[in-house]
Design a protein. Structure first.
Lengths: 464, 464
């Protein structure tokens, strides 16, 4: 393209009142500040490249907390502190994880020979290890839980391979995730129920790059906890092709285990309210990430966006009416202990939490907000769409919020919102080793912070 | 993120009539067909990796035309043909392009020494060469055309360096482009007016990767045509830093020239209308791209999307009421001769062109359409937003269209639309050597085709 063919999206909006005009100008100021002077991208570079992986309980998390506290302070908080909480401490453990598939292959005119192929495996988070000798057995492919039921008599003493596919027909990839994620969370125990020794799942992604994606599994205490790994899409297709023609066995070795719970922290920064200091607005992301990646999109992005909003508010001299808390939550991926702790302490202190916002859908182009609010609140929020849409997040829908702020809603009925982003690439990198700094675009990251800041500003000004 | 927090965007829409319901189902069928069976991504891989660069008049373009004709046929056109047109034939020419900057650097306690640094340069499209010996002279930095006016007495016999920056404050990067592109198109002649020997421009991008971006320049015949190159952002910052402290000279060698006009072709596929075969709907992208890249986003994406719409219509058995033309235009980047030819021939044949759509904003996530239509037509189109928004392109704005279909509007007043996409990354790769296949996401590319197909379907069904 050489020409110019885009006109202001604003044209599609109607009349703007004078209060809206004032708000529009303030949001423009916030946007300029962030687009011109943002620290978000450089902060993300540090978090991902200098610290990297940071699962709850890990040494990386200790470093990340120190960095978070320092960066929160530098971003201009009136007050910063660490809020202690007990967190689970799962480790991937000892030796390298391994997966090797053996299968019969027919060589023309010679007969049957046996071949091997290494699989790129990763143990699911929270899963138990195989022991140092690993597990080797024949594989039973199932395409779904229904398929498992029909094959339940075949899986005893075997390895179950869930080859359930991420459905390409969903436009929003989170719908494909919702559809397929049960195989990761429930699959191991469902297979253990019928005597399976271990489970392999097809990764929850559209990405054909063969990188395996981890994420938490959840054992049903009624059944034996069995090892579980994910494999990438090319390996999954390879395995299912081989299984169509021959007997296939797989060797798996994983080393995962839980150590005793340990201490983690929410990192909190605060801007004191000038009119209603006892009313709290919370905005945050989660600091922890899986141990196999840099956690750039999930959720380094949400963390640096959170601190960028703080920095921008201070830089333009914005003094909130209400007290705003900026939080890096301790433990979203495998426990939610940070979010629970924050709500618990708020309850103990009888704090009034009027709104909470989370960014945990990656540093992609913002598209909207998902609200957990009453009908009346949704009506109050709806006209703000005109102010926010020019920055991208104009799709206001009901339903959403965020895992870490969920306990606030449970405890107080606090209205919630979650930043919704362009979902197309999220599951290309989700819980996988390619969730790295290089996969984040500076301006998209900044636009997320702008839209969040605009919403926080409006809630602070008008209440909810 | 581990949870699920996105609800159907459809929730925000109102009542859907039964005709709309039928349309909604048809668009869903189109979407499923494309998301599940698309050939667009594989076609783009072939075009970019097996053919690559394809400026009008180049051997690459000849290959691309042959591929386009074959692929158009395979995609299911009732009829395919090549429409001949004369195209400009600019070549980058002979030896490697070169840029070397020499500057004074002070070594502590030793005095002044002279240093050199190689610049990563690319000649602007359509620009004249320096001759084999190159040009070497001192550099005058100007930050804008206003700045040039104040320095007009200093530039005679010098090299002018336009360091005008892509403005980060524009949310839509096309606005930054509109703001800065005049330095590429008009800069050389403006400088030549005051006797400059050559021009260097800061590339039109936010991307800090230092890759230089080409694109067409436009000489004013009143002044000498002088050589012009672009440099990447790091080199531009380096040069401006050096110029702040010392005299800087630059050696430039470029070899660009025009050969005599040659023959090119629009590649056309047609689905004959069943009810109104004499009413034409046109959809297309441009097949040509700059010689320094694979033209994956600009505009390989538009070409494969165009053919994907055709393939999907045939695959689901859709028989259009009106005749639909699928076109790969011959020459958008430096001449527009393909678009002109198409409109000219349509005029000669007295064809009735009721609508034309172009995709030339890259294979990024679709966001909306920019329409060049009457107020009445815009009112007719507006309700279609509800049908299209679930697939991404729900932002309907006035103004847009596309360069290649522009002549149809000029000739017949044909209503136009252009696919608008997420603009954040477009100028990271625009006219630069990183506009390659790997920068395109399969699903985003497909979603573009889906939204275009939906719009074509609605125009075909309801007219305009």
């Amino acid at each position: 393209m050489k020409g110019i063919s885009i006109t202001l999206a604003l044209l599609s909006f109607g009349f703007i009142s004078s209060a809206q005009n004032e708000d529009s100008l303030m949001i423009r100021r916030i946007a300029d500040e962030i687009l011109i002077n943002s620290r978000a991208y450089d902060n993300l570079r540090y978090l991902t490249k200098q610290i990297g992986a940071r699962l709850a309980g890990s040494p990386g998390m200790v470093k990340a907390e120190q960095w978070g506290l320092k960066t929160m302070h530098e971003s201009g908080a009136d007050k910063t502190w660490m809020q202690e909480c007990m967190v689970p401490h799962w480790i991937r453990g000892g030796r390298d994880e391994a997966g090797i598939t053996s299968f019969q292959s027919t060589t023309d005119g010679v007969g049957i020979t046996k071949s091997e192929k290494k699989l790129d495996v990763i143990a699911l988070g929270n899963s138990v290890g195989t022991g140092p000798k690993g597990i080797v057995d024949n594989v039973v492919l199932v395409n779904s839980f229904d398929d498992l039921e029909t094959k339940k008599d075949q899986v005893n003493g075997k390895i179950v391979f869930y080859n359930y596919k991420f459905n390409p027909a969903y436009v929003n990839t989170f719908h494909a995730y919702r559809d397929a994620a049960q195989y990761r969370s429930l699959g191991p125990s469902r297979a253990a129920k019928y005597g399976a020794l271990a489970v392999i799942i097809r990764s929850l992604t559209h990405n054909m790059d063969n990188i395996p994606h981890t994420g938490a599994t959840r054992y049903d205490s009624a059944y034996t906890m069995i090892p579980a790994v994910a494999i990438g899409l090319r390996d999954a297709d390879f395995l299912s092709d081989k299984l169509a023609n021959s007997k296939v066995s797989v060797f798996i070795r994983t080393n995962g285990k839980f150590l005793p719970d340990t201490i983690g922290h929410n990192i909190i920064g605060e801007l004191k309210g000038t009119e209603f200091p006892d009313e709290f607005i919370t905005v945050g992301g989660h600091l922890d990430c899986w141990d196999n990646c840099e956690g750039a999109h999930d959720d380094g992005a949400g963390c640096v966006q959170t601190m960028e909003i703080l920095r921008a508010f201070k830089a333009i001299g914005y003094k909130p009416k209400r007290t705003i808390r900026f939080i890096l939550f301790a433990n979203e991926e495998n426990g939610l202990k940070g979010g629970d702790k924050y709500a618990d302490e708020a309850k103990t202190k009888r704090e009034k939490h009027i709104f909470a916002l989370e960014s945990d859908a990656g540093g992609f182009t913002p598209r909207g907000f998902g609200f957990v609010v009453s009908e009346e609140q949704f009506k109050k929020i709806a006209p703000w769409r005109e102010l926010i849409a020019p920055y991208g997040a104009g799709d206001f829908v009901k339903g959403g919020g965020g895992a870490d702020i969920g306990p606030l809603n449970k405890t107080f009925g606090t209205p919630l919102a979650g930043l919704n982003t362009d979902t197309q690439r999220y599951f290309d990198i989700h819980h996988a080793r390619n969730d790295v700094f290089e996969s984040v675009n500076k301006r998209k990251l900044e636009l997320g912070a702008i839209n969040m800041a605009a919403l926080i500003y409006l809630v602070d000004k008008y209440g909810l």
